[in-house]
Design a protein around this ligand. Structure first.
Ligand SMILES: Cc1cc2nc3c(=O)[nH]c(=O)nc-3n(C[C@H](O)[C@H](O)[C@H](O)COP(=O)(O)O)c2cc1C
Length: 333
């Protein structure tokens, strides 16, 4: 069991903040497979103040989308109070500060992973968040800026001093981005240094990797990011794993087909047809990964302009659970 403040999660696994992915439909899909907690993607505090349509979509939620964490991007403590005022109109359970994003346009503005180079500003922002937030505050950090400046332990201690309730750590440096090996040792060092719960991120792509993360670091919980792409059943597999130690399988193609249609439907309800289709294209690729020889179907998916046509394409996968039958579909396309 993982507890953050008064929040207790049935399994110690959280759907991570994922820019361009963890919107309301995606969170609801993963919750339907048992994700006990989920995060919005990172949202700049300045965007919260102006609240344009894109930001409203990022913040949209519903009564079943709980518990929910909202992740903020900020480079100083100035706009936090205003952002929190706006957020009073939204229901959420955790407030996280992103000190991990490696994207140049974020780092250039002194936000995201830049804060790893400026522990005092990081602490100051967190103190303001802790003071004004109505929920527990958390932070997401990386192991360090680069391999010569691995300072996660120092950053974690500053953050804990600011009064946060839990810490997320992606076990890679800013310079590594999203590739290269995960530094389990540094996550363990952080876990041993602080008293608050530590939730570890990095290559938690299946039950085996999640087990490895717990074994190697002693972390209190894990965040699931790329492991959920086209693979929401990672959460039902994790539930089984925590119940009886079983590893679980990928569902057969016909189950994947139903999940794809369900996800598409959630996107359509939330965004309308045009936007739903453009978002669904990347998911189509993730869902069909590993099915084998699906290139032609994927190419076709990108040219499709209606929900009806993409649903028909998805249905082509129905009852096809061996390569032989799949091949004949591809030839027809
Ligand atoms: C496309 C993409 C978008 C991401 N967006 C965010 C984000 O908005 N906030 C954040 O804290 N981390 C973000 N991350 C990082 C993930 O939450 C996670 O820490 C990282 O991918 C490592 O976990 P994994 O190897 O299991 O994917 C993103 C990762 C990816 C691949």
């Amino acid at each position: 069991m993982l507890s953050i403040g008064k929040l207790s999660l049935s399994i110690p696994c959280i759907l991570a903040p994922i820019s361009g992915v963890s919107d309301l439909p995606f969170r609801m899909l993963n919750r339907s497979f048992g994700a006990p907690c989920a995060f919005t993607e990172m949202i700049d505090v300045k965007a919260i103040r102006s609240l344009d349509k894109r930001t409203q979509h990022m913040l949209s939620t519903n009564a079943d989308d709980r518990p929910l964490g909202v992740q903020l991007l900020a480079g100083d403590s100035k706009d936090i109070r205003d952002a929190l005022k706006t957020l009073e109109n939204y229901e959420y359970d955790l407030l996280d500060l992103n000190a991990a994003c490696p994207t140049p346009k974020v780092v250039r503005k002194g936000k995201g992973a830049w804060l790893l180079r400026d522990p005092h500003t990081l602490k100051e922002i967190l103190e303001v968040m802790v003071h004004y937030a109505k929920t527990p505050v958390t932070v997401k950090i990386r192991s360090g800026w680069d391999s010569d400046s691995v300072n996660a332990r120092e950053i974690a201690l500053h953050a804990e001093d600011a009064g946060i309730s839990a810490l997320f750590i992606h076990g890679r440096t800013k310079v590594q981005g999203y590739s290269g090996t995960v530094d389990y040792e540094t996550i363990k060092t952080v876990k041993d240094a602080v008293k608050i719960p530590v939730i570890a991120s990095g290559d938690n792509v299946n039950v085996h990797h999640v087990k490895k993360m717990f074994d190697r670091t002693g972390c209190d919980g894990v965040a699931i990011a790329r492991g959920s792409f086209g693979n929401p059943w990672i959460f039902s597999n994790l539930i089984q794993f925590f119940q009886n130690g079983s590893i679980g399988d990928m569902p057969p193609v016909n189950v994947r087909v139903e999940v794809m249609k369900y996800h598409l439907n959630l996107l359509n309800q939330h965004y309308g047809e045009r936007r739903a289709l453009s978002i669904f294209h990347k998911f189509f690729i993730w869902y069909t990964k590993g099915i084998g020889k699906t290139r032609a179907l994927r190419d076709k998916a990108f040219r499709i302009e209606t929900i009806e046509d993409i649903t028909a394409l998805i249905e082509e996968f129905h009852d096809l659970d061996n390569r032989q039958e799949l091949r004949s579909v591809i030839e027809r396309n």
